[in-house]
Design a protein around this ligand. Structure first.
Ligand code: SF4
Length: 272
């Protein structure tokens, strides 16, 4: 069975054939210094599949690379689906490997959320259904490459999403008060300094460049929320639901930001 421990659902570049640096296209923008087509290796990818500018991605104009996480799909495709044989060693497998990678990423993202849901005591009554869904998604990740490349993840998402929504409701209820929602809200650039967003449903909310300084986001559902350049300085994110490290990496914050357990403080956040 695939390993769904937290470490297996985070990118491990040392075990990957640089798949995100080859398979995905970039458009020249504030996030990427160059254009790149899908299937072309990034000019900074070294022969050992390491990034040649890993320690200076932001100043070099590759901020987009610091906010990307494959949820462990890269190492899974490299080491399991393709048995540790890279696209350089077997160029005839390259096209299929690049097709499989984004499919596996979607499956691993679902595994990441289901695993988190199973760790929430407030959702205990759903744990049976969550385990069943986890098992189904795990089984899909073990399919051979020829089946994975054709897999439509849409129906799998449709099965998992209601479970995640019910988990969210159960967990957010514990924040006190009536659960409130701003799902998918356009909050770009909004001044939400010190806002009480405790237990709020912010699924898919656009919080780009929002001022969330000192906001209380305890137990808020942040699945898919766009936090690029949002200011989380002094904000409290204790118990925030379905938050990912790439979301945090894309935001700003400081030494006072209270992170949920298991998250790293992004290096670019000020130490003040
Ligand atoms: S800059 Fe580095 S991390 Fe980003 S795509 Fe290129 S090799 Fe990969």
């Amino acid at each position: 069975m695939p390993d769904t421990r937290e470490s297996a659902l985070r990118g491990d570049c040392a075990q990957c054939f640089g798949l995100c640096c080859v398979a995905l296209p970039f458009a020249k923008s504030a996030d990427f210094a160059v254009d790149k087509s899908a299937g072309d290796p990034c000019r900074n990818l070294q022969d050992d599949f390491r990034c040649g500018i890993h320690t200076r991605l932001r100043p070099s104009g590759f901020q987009g690379c610091t906010v990307y996480d494959c949820f462990g799909a890269g190492q899974r495709v490299s080491q399991v689906t393709f048995g540790g044989v890279s696209w350089r060693e077997a160029p005839e497998t390259a096209r299929q490997m690049y097709e499989v990678f984004p499919v596996m990423r979607q499956l691993h993202e679902l595994l990441r959320y289901l695993t988190e849901a199973l760790e929430r005591p407030a959702a205990r009554r759903l744990h049976g259904e969550l385990r069943t869904a986890l098992g189904r998604v795990e089984a899909l990740t073990a399919l051979p490459a020829a089946e994975l490349e054709k897999l439509d993840v849409g129906p799998v998402r449709a099965e998992v999403n209601p479970l995640l929504l019910r988990t969210s409701e159960l967990v957010r209820t514990t924040a006190g008060g009536k659960p409130r929602g701003r799902r998918g809200a356009d909050l770009i650039g909004k001044r939400l300094r010190g806002a009480r967003l405790r237990g709020m449903d912010l699924r898919g909310a656009l919080l780009i460049a929002a001022d969330l300084t000192d906001a209380d986001l305890t137990l808020a559902d942040l699945i898919g929320a766009d936090l690029r350049d949002a200011d989380l300085s002094g904000a409290v994110l204790t118990g925030a639901l379905f938050l990912t490290q790439p979301q945090l990496n894309s935001a700003r914050g400081d030494a006072k930001t209270v992170l949920p357990e298991g998250f790293d403080r992004p290096a670019h956040w000020t130490a003040s």
